[in-house]
Design a protein around this ligand. Structure first.
Ligand code: IVH
Length: 706
């Protein structure tokens, strides 16, 4: 049977096979679209797959599968995987690009620890370009395998991990619980062979080994994973009942003894110079390693120091990834499109003649803003030697890691005759409103606000995105369709939550839409209702306020704890004045620009009304303190005097990681003062206020083991 045989010509057997193949293709496209945000097939091709699937089901109704894509409204296929909360979060790594970045990394570690002159060891190992996997063993048996997911919750891929040869099923003589973490990847040889097979079987080949590894691991059918040659390097761990060793290198050596593959290029380095030398050494072997790597990871070797250094919100302080320079390629700039973001920013996008950069086909690149196109940097300085970018130009593209490709240079000698500088629009291309640049801002913004459909759609897309409401079955594509669906439109976030009840016929209307059905609508209602109860940090993030990212939303949620406290503070706050404003900018990590942006949003009547309409539909959950079992969780602490066993930065970071709030001054709100030698006025004030005072050793005892 050919992959494009007409539906009428299929035998029943062939039809069943074809439904299975289509399910695999559609599921994969869903992953690429919903989870990777990187569709590999066009919308038209996706629709054609779904139509073919529906046509076969119509002809052979008894062959319709229980997991049929027609019953699954483009829902993220991760629905098929169980969710696994990670006992210890799976974080990512900060990036370094230059030798100087490595010196700075070494410096920042020393400064944090107060180790200016002491010996400090780092391990250096290749950064494998695959996807991370956490393997949980209980009493020596592999019981669970999970992908990273959003770091806090991953997907259960246990059945799939059982099929990977490099993953031991049993471990001898190890503690009750150990979660071994590492990278699943595919070798170049296996990747080439797999693609030959893919093409032969009528499937689209994978763009690169990383995509192939990801697509192979995240298969709902583990027998497909089994047929794919996946490999695994162990390099870290999560929950563990007894430490593996005192050092990173010792722990890796033990993992090797336990039967894991560990990377043979791992080395201990005693200075930034030696780290950089090892980086160059690994870089020189890159082409002949037989698998993709995209840099070198350095980790503080001493695990007690790793513990002291701890984590920033998403990355460890004790490790960094030194990335290899991006590959550069030349191609033609065919057009410049203007996209309008959720905050109205007009973002120019370069449409390129497709070209492969670092194993990925690239046809778009960011152009940042109008100054960038004109050859000017953010401070009015020349970039690219002042060369502007014009449609038709021969441009040099680079792609560093997963970031959107960028334009590095323009070859003026190849510029076609009769080109003119790009004329940046001064009206929004989507709604026609004026697009203005505020004093000192490099970005031109549409002034249409909520009347601009592009802004409204982008706001909605942001609202349903993974880190925000993440409603099953309501991804970017579906929410846009709802925006344009006049019979039951979603024009703002609140409308999502009134979909089910605002129209008596909402169920029938939706169930009769193409590609929908009763089951899909029921699932959607359920998924929406499930999200009415929402963590405060997600709600704040979902509002899509300019400058307010995931981290800041978290900080704001932890500070204000409840929606009503947050909302009433933002309502009362006046930019630049008063106690409420001071309290807001007193939140560590909240600057004036961000604070002003939040306050402004709450004072704009249309925006505010839209937020109010949303919140009445929800039950925001109070923010949890990060570590509730610590004796200092939820307390406000003040450090004063000299600390001798740790730096101020370490003390503050540790206190915050245990859920305490660190303040610079003593007030009636203070619960605990940690006073080192030389403490003065603050101690007196604390005595006057009857606040508990302890010394540094007392603090270390109090916060040990928590
Ligand atoms: S350590 C707490 N070591 O890179 C951080 N990560 O960009 C633990 N990766 O999510 C990660 N090779 O998927 C570490 N040798 C290595 C690695 C490595 C690849 C991946 C990993 C991580 C990502 C961060």
């Amino acid at each position: 049977m050919s992959a494009t045989a007409s539906v009428e010509s299929l035998t029943k057997n062939e039809a069943a096979q074809e439904l299975a193949r289509l399910l695999a293709l559609i599921s994969r496209a869903n992953v690429e679209y919903h989870q990777n945000d990187e569709p590999q097939i066009s919308d038209a091709d996706y629709d054609a797959l779904k139509q073919r699937n529906a046509a076969i089901e119509a002809r052979f109704s008894d062959l319709k599968r229980h997991d049929s894509p027609t019953e699954n409204v483009g829902a993220a296929p991760s629905d098929g995987f169980g969710k696994v909360p990670h006992a210890v979060r799976m974080l990512s790594l900060g990036n370094a690009f230059t030798d100087n970045d490595i010196n700075e990394f070494d410096n920042s570690v020393r400064k944090f620890l107060g180790h200016q002159t002491k010996k400090l060891e780092f391990t250096a190992e290749p950064k494998i370009d695959g996807l991370s996997l956490s393997l949980r063993y209980e009493n020596g048996t592999l019981v669970q395998a999970a992908t990273r997911g959003d770091g806090a919750v991953g997907e259960n891929v246990t059945a799939n991990a059982h099929t990977i040869q490099d993953v031991p099923q049993f471990l001898k003589g190890i503690p009750n619980v150990i979660e071994v973490r590492g990278e699943v990847y595919m070798s170049h040889m296996d990747f080439e062979a797999l693609n030959v097979r893919q093409k032969k079987d009528g499937f689209k080949p994978f763009a690169n080994p990383r995509n192939a590894a990801a697509g192979s691991l995240r298969q709902l059918d583990a027998s497909i994973t089994k047929s794919r040659p996946l490999k695994f390097f162990a390099y870290a761990w999560g929950e563990i009942s007894t430490p593996l060793a005192d050092t990173q290198s010792g722990a890796i050596a033990r993992l090797k003894i336990l039967g894991f593959q560990t990377n043979p290029l791992t080395q201990i380095c005693t200075s930034p110079t030696k780290m950089i030398a090892h980086y160059r050494n690994i870089e020189s072997q890159r082409a002949t390693l037989g698998y993709d790597i995209d840099g070198v990871v350095y980790k503080v070797n001493d695990l007690s120091l790793q513990r002291r250094l701890g984590f920033r919100s998403t990355t460890p302080r004790w490790a960094i990834a030194h990335k290899f320079p991006a590959e550069l390629v030349w191609t033609t700039l065919e057009a410049i499109d203007i996209q309008v973001g959720r905050t109205g920013a007009l973002s120019p996008v370069a449409r390129l003649s497709s070209v492969t950069v670092g194993g990925v086909v690239v046809s778009n690149a960011t152009l940042h803003n109008e100054d960038y196109i004109a050859g000017r940097g953010n401070k009015g300085d020349d970039i690219r030697g002042g060369k502007d970018i014009r449609i038709g130009d021969w441009v040099q593209i680079y792609r560093a890691g997963d970031v959107i490709p960028k334009i590095a240079d323009v070859d003026l000698s190849k510029r076609p005759n009769e080109t003119t500088p790009f004329d940046f629009p001064t009206n929004c291309p989507k709604c026609g409103s004026d697009a203005v640049r505020e004093e000192g801002d490099v970005v031109r913004r549409c002034t249409g606000g909520l009347i601009c459909p592009a802004q409204a759609i982008e706001k909605l897309r942001h609202f349903v995105s993974r880190a925000a409401f993440n409603i099953d079955g309501l991804g970017a594509k579906q929410i846009e369709a709802f925006y344009n669906y006049d019979q039951l439109a979603v024009k703002e976030p609140a409308d999502i939550f009134t979909l089910q009840t605002r129209d008596l016929n909402s169920f029938t209307k939706l169930a009769n839409r193409d590609g929908w059905g009763g089951a899909s609508v029921k699932n959607l209602w359920q998924a929406i209702n499930k999200k009415r109860e929402i963590p405060l940090s997600r709600l704040i993030f979902a509002l899509g306020i300019r400058h307010v990212g995931e981290n800041t939303s978290n900080l704001l949620a932890i500070h204000y704890v409840t929606w009503s406290a947050f909302e009433s503070a933002m309502t009362q706050a006046r930019i630049g004045e008063g106690a409420v404003w001071d309290d807001l900018i007193g939140v560590d990590g909240v600057g004036v620009v961000l604070a002003a942006s939040v306050v402004t949003t709450f004072h704009q009547s249309a925006e505010r009304a839209s937020i109010d309409r949303l919140v009445v539909q929800l039950r925001p959950k109070d923010a949890a303190k990060p570590t509730s079992n610590s004796p200092v969780a939820g307390k406000t602490v003040v450090f004063t005097g000299t600390l001798e066993k740790m730096t101020r930065a370490e003390a503050k970071a540790r206190a915050e990681s245990l859920g305490a709030k660190v303040s610079g001054s003593v007030s009636p709100k203070t619960n605990l003062l940690i006073a080192g030698p030389g403490a003065g006025l603050k101690t007196q004030k604390a005595i006057d206020l009857g606040i508990e005072i302890i010394d540094e050793d007392g603090w270390l005892v109090l916060t040990k083991d928590t």
